[in-house]
Design a binder for this molecule. Sequence first.
Ligand code: ADP
Ligand code: MG
Length: 288
Amino acid sequence: MSRNELTDGEAQSESESNGDSLITTDVATTGTRGHDGPERTVVETRDLDVYYGDERAIDGVSMEIPEHEVTALIGPSGCGKSTFLRCLNRMNDLIDVARIDGRVTLRGVDIYGEGVDPVALRRKVGMVFQKPNPFPKSIRENVAYGLEIQGYDGDVDARVEEALRAAALWDEVKDQLGESGLALSGGQQQRLCIARAIAPDPEIVLMDEPTSALDPVAASKIEDLIDELVEDYTVIIVTHNMQQAARISDQTAVFLTGGELVEFDDTNKIFENPDDDRVEDYITGKFG
Ligand SMILES: Nc1ncnc2c1ncn2[C@@H]1O[C@H](COP(=O)(O)OP(=O)(O)O)[C@@H](O)[C@H]1O
Ligand SMILES: [Mg+2]
C-alpha cells in the first residue's frame, strides 16, 4: 500500500502524478545515533505541541523515528507519552479540548494536511491499548474488521489467518474462529488486538503500555512477538517498565514532566550513559 491511500480523491490524483516521489520525498536518513549504516525515518515530528484547553501536555517535541525498529517512550506518569503516541495516528482528534501545533509527517506526508483521511491513516498507523479491547464479535470478525471497512478485495480468510499467525495466536484459535474474542484470556485478547491492528498491513504499530494489564507469562509472549513484528512493521511502544524498554527497544525516548522530550538515543546509551542528568536520575529511580 502507498501513502496515497491516506488522501481523498483530489489529493490522491495529485500524488499519483508524482509517482513514488511522494512516498520518499523529504524522508531523511539518519545515521547519527550509532546504528549500522543509514536508517530511514518513517515518522517525524517537528516542534510538536499539544494542549488540552490551556494546559500544555507536549512541549516542542521534534523526533525522527526509524523504520523497522522498536522505539520505546518512557517517562513518569502524566509526562505526555500517551498524548504523543495519539498524535501519530490522530487519535487526539477525538478529544474535543485537544489542539496540536507543529508538524507530524509519515514518509514525508503531513498527516494533518488537507485531504488526509484519519480513518485511512489509522489503518496505516495501527494502535494497541493497555487494556485489551476486542470487539464483542467473533475472533474472525475482530481481525477482518479493518479489512472490511477498507473494502479489501483479496481473500479475507487468508488475510485473517496471516494476521493471526503473525500475532502468534493462530495455533491457539484456529478451531474457534467463530467464537467470541471476549472468551479468550487477557494475553490472547491482546494478541487478537495486535492481529486486528496488523491485518490491514500498517506501516506502524503504536502500543500504549500493551503488557501492563497482563500476567508475566502473557507479557513475555507479547515482548517476543514485538521482536518479530519489527521485521515487517515499525513499533513505537509506551512503557512504564524500564526493564521492558531496555529489553525490547532499539532506541528510547525519555519524556519528563511538562511534556518535554529530554533525550532520544540508542537504548544502550540511554540506560548506560545518558547525556542528561535528569535522565540519569530518572533511570536510576531518583524520581518519577
Ligand atoms: N483527554 C484529556 N483531557 C485533558 N487533559 C488530558 C487528557 N489526556 C491527558 N491529559 C493530561 O495531559 C497530560 C499528559 O497525559 P498523558 O499523555 O496521559 O501522560 P502519560 O501517558 O505519560 O501518563 C497529563 O497532565 C494529563 O492529565
Ligand atoms: Mg499513558
